[in-house]
Design a protein around this ligand. Structure first.
Ligand SMILES: [Fe+2]
Length: 348
């Protein structure tokens, strides 16, 4: 509580009671303003700015309840403690006072001088303590809010760093596959074209931006396992020997093994591992079939074959685009996922 004297506004239609209240309180160092006519109470309060108000209940013109209502509705007096001083000891009225008008105390006349002083002081202490609690509560909320904001900023920065790290790894891998494709004049630019075709199909299918990102990355990396294969196999004219073919067929598994430590590349690893699986189960390395293969690998599979057919190879010339499309159509439901082929045919 402040050091200055406490200002009490006492409202009562009984002049004798007012005099008594004033005498008691002034003796205890309160500053007291008395109001005899309740109609003057509000304007007096505006000028006097009381720390606490005592109100009699039964008054002519304006009852104590009506006054309570006026004070409680006004933001200036909303938090000023009100103590009812009444001759009427009624349990129901006490409840009304407490719950409806947030009255701080209810004293029944006649009262002892010490009792009045004690209860007014108590009402003021409680008001101060509630105000402090309220202040502490809002300060705590503010601290929690700023901590949460700080945490959010830290998380965002961490996420940015993780994304940057992932992008760096992807870019290294991408450079590796581009270099790998470029080693063979017949496959130069193959992975990037497969990624472009896959993206076109994925967009037409309405994939989410995250799925499209994974699809493109997987398509770029799909042949990374060929890094272990001697270039002379890939670009040699004529068919491969069974042994060479065996090594060639291991490239999806090898690719998946290479990427395995990069756990953020979950879907991409599936694409690398499954892009030579066939819808009818005749593909490799696992002979998966139909929906076991997954949508993203099935898209890359179509894009991969389409690019291979429309590019020159060491053992044959590039097919005309129309013939390659016919071949894809022919392999619908055999090598390829029929839904992916249908979407492919809508674009090409
Ligand atoms: Fe491949």
């Amino acid at each position: 509580m402040s050091e200055r004297p406490i200002k009490v506004l006492a409202i009562d239609d009984d002049k004798l009671i007012l005099k008594l209240i004033k005498t008691i309180l002034v003796n205890h160092n309160f500053v007291v303003e008395t109001v005899f006519d309740p109609l003057d109470a509000y304007s007096s309060a505006l000028v006097f700015e009381p720390d606490i108000i005592t109100i009699d209940l039964m008054m002519p013109e304006l009852s104590g309840w009506e006054l309570c209502d006026i004070f409680r509705r006004d933001p200036k007096f909303k938090k000023v403690p009100i103590v009812i001083l009444t001759a009427k000891d009624d349990k129901q009225e006490r409840e009304v006072a407490r719950y409806l008008f947030k009255v701080n105390d209810y004293i029944v006349k006649p009262f002892e001088a010490e009792e009045l002083v004690k209860r007014l002081n108590f009402a003021l202490i409680r008001r101060d303590s509630l105000e402090k609690q309220e202040k502490d509560f809002f300060e705590t909320i503010q601290v929690i809010g700023s901590l949460a904001e700080e945490l959010k900023i830290k998380n965002e920065s961490l996420e940015r760093q993780i994304r940057l790290r992932e992008e760096t790894i992807i870019n290294i891998m991408k450079s590796l596959t581009i270099a790998l494709d470029a080693k063979d004049p017949y496959t130069k630019g193959h992975s990037e074209r497969v990624a472009d075709y896959s993206e076109l199909i994925g967009k037409e299918m309405g994939l989410s931006s995250n799925e499209l990102l994974k699809l493109k990355r997987g398509a770029i990396l799909h042949d990374i396992g060929k890094i272990i294969i001697d270039i002379s196999y890939i670009s040699k004219p004529g068919p491969l020997t069974p042994e060479e073919f065996q090594i060639m067929m291991s490239h999806p598994s090898v690719g998946a093994k290479i990427l395995e430590p990069l756990d953020f590349l979950d879907e991409e690893i599936f694409i690398v591992e499954r892009h030579h699986e066939s819808w009818d189960g005749s593909g490799y390395p696992k002979g998966l079939r139909e929906d076991e293969i997954g949508l993203l690998p099935s898209i890359v599979s179509v894009a991969d074959v389409f690019d291979a057919l429309t590019s020159d190879r060491s053992y044959r010339k590039a097919w005309p685009k129309e013939d390659a499309i016919e071949e894809i159509k022919r392999l619908r439901g055999k090598k390829f996922n029929p839904i992916v082929v249908d979407i492919f045919l809508r674009i090409f």
